[in-house]
Ligand binder design. Structure first.
Ligand code: V47
Length: 460
């Protein structure tokens, strides 16, 4: 993008130069950057599918990972991103909070967890939690993002109490809390977990938490949906089938959720693509419930049983397809809002000997997530893990969201940072504008927010 000029201005200034970002609703042909045209003929067929909004196959995904023409891949992702979102790029004002870092598991990639009596172990009481909630609204936050370890001793009652405490202190604060892994753990400690009917226990937990104030689920804990990777890097954690059960039940209860993929450790690129395919089949199911009808699109043969293959194929990347909205879901169901690719950070983990992915691999993975997850409305470049500079570039590579002000973050400490990892609204907006997009403050459900100081309201 050139300066802050809008795409239409650019095409006006430089005749015959296609705009770098395609405004919402603009019909145009997808062009490879001229320097790259013809550099990898395998991308031509993929470009045709992308232009038509057709679903890409796993083999297409592998080409996107293997090609040297990474800028060709990025141009396609930018095209899809702009077809869905125009020049909008989202951020929010939020707070992350960890109620405890004590965890029964010892995942090899994780530097966050502590054992109960280990130095640095903490568990927050309700006074701390209420203080955090009050602090959040005083600074104008719309969302509290809460996760913790699988605490072996905290009683079930702690969790609904945490929801009620926050809502009492800050009634308008959206509570996005607890990964699928924690939800299954809670079903166990509440003695509601039934091996032969897992969804029943999950339903009980989510219904109770929703009644106490839970508004949506974050996407953590998905890692990579693959048994080999699971057994080597996070044995003991729930597998993909249970992670998907939690999100399915949450959707059925009308809660929106997010998804993640934690890549760049011992995973292989094909395993990442299978993970994405499993997620997009789960989203097909959620969108079908919302009333989207299917097409005869592509269905990958030979997927694990966790990928539901009975739902029709539904894409949002076709010209003119409406995005799902909370209003559409009202009374019907929830859906996946966002995919957040999380690059692995080795520091402080048991897998410290590994390198972690490079910047280019991160850019490529964001772009591929945008292209493969054709039915996810949003792709988030989480600036805390990607860095703000890379997140800014990722807005040009398929991402439409960079998360929020965050303030405290304890899961990863990139580049030796501490738990205080805060950015300002001005920095978020500046990064977005410089990338040629229009900053849009959103709430957790991606509704536009209008504000005066710390007072805000949803406008759509
Ligand atoms: O569940 C843990 C991952 C997740 C490491 O839903 C690591 O909007 C990289 O899920 N290197 C927590 N990743 C973060 C998360 C998230 C963040 C922002 C937004 C949303 C959302 C979700 O971080 C964990 C785990 O998968 N993680 N350790 C690591 N060393």
């Amino acid at each position: 993008m050139i300066g802050n000029a809008k795409p239409t201005e650019i095409s006006g200034i430089f005749e015959n130069t296609p705009p770098l970002h395609y405004p919402l609703g603009m019909t145009t042909t997808l062009q490879a950057p001229s320097s790259m045209t013809g550099s990898d003929a395998r991308l031509d067929a993929i470009r045709v599918k992308v232009q038509a909004g057709q679903r890409l196959s796993l083999d297409d995904g592998l080409v996107l990972y293997e090609t040297n023409d990474v800028w060709g891949v990025i141009a396609m992702a930018d095209f899809v991103r702009c077809r869905i979102h125009g020049d909008a790029a989202y951020y929010n004002i939020n707070r992350h909070m960890n109620y405890s870092n004590v965890c029964a598991l010892s995942c090899k990639f994780c530097e966050f967890y502590r054992k109960k009596d280990q130095p640095g172990a903490y568990t927050r009481d309700m006074d701390y939690i209420a203080d955090q909630a009050r602090g959040a609204i005083q600074s104008g936050a719309t969302e509290m993002h809460i996760v913790g370890g699988l605490h072996p001793y905290l009683p079930w009652d702690y969790y609904p109490e945490m929801m009620r405490t926050i809502k009492q202190a800050a009634p308008n604060l959206h509570i996005k809390a607890l990964t699928a892994v924690e939800i299954v753990h809670l079903a166990k400690i509440a003695k509601k977990y039934k091996r032969d009917d897992r969804q029943a226990g999950i339903r009980w937990v989510l219904s109770e938490l929703k009644a106490a104030g839970l508004d949506s689920l974050p996407g953590g804990g998905a890692e990579v949906f693959d048994d080999r990777v699971h057994d080597e890097a996070y044995k003991g954690k729930i597998r993909s089938d249970e992670w998907l059960d939690v999100h399915l039940v949450a959707h059925e209860l009308g809660l929106n959720t997010n998804a993640t993929i934690l890549y760049g450790h011992i995973d292989q690129r094909r395993e990442r693509l299978v993970h994405m395919e499993i997620l997009r089949r789960a989203q097909d199911q959620a969108l079908e419930r919302l009333g989207y009808s299917g097409e005869n699109g592509f269905i990958e043969p030979g997927l694990p049983a966790t990928a539901n293959v009975t739902a029709p194929v539904i894409t949002l990347s076709r010209e003119g397809t409406p995005k799902p909205t909370p209003a559409m879901a009202e009374g019907k169901a929830g859906y996946f809002q966002t995919i957040t690719p999380l690059p692995f950070f080795p520091d402080g983990s048991e897998m410290e000997h590994l390198y972690g992915p490079t910047g280019l691999e991160n850019l490529r993975t964001i772009a591929i997530a945008r292209l493969m997850l054709d039915n996810f409305p949003h792709v988030k470049a989480f600036w805390i893990m990607q860095t703000l500079s890379m997140a800014q570039l990722m807005l040009e590579a398929g991402a439409d969201d960079i998360d929020g002000t965050v303030v405290w973050y304890d899961i990863t400490k990139v580049g030796g940072s501490t738990t205080h990892q805060e950015t300002t609204v001005l920095d978020l907006q500046r990064s977005i504008r410089e990338a040629g997009f229009t900053p849009v403050e959103r709430d957790t459900l991606y509704r536009r927010v209008e504000r005066e100081g710390k007072d805000w309201r949803v406008v759509e």
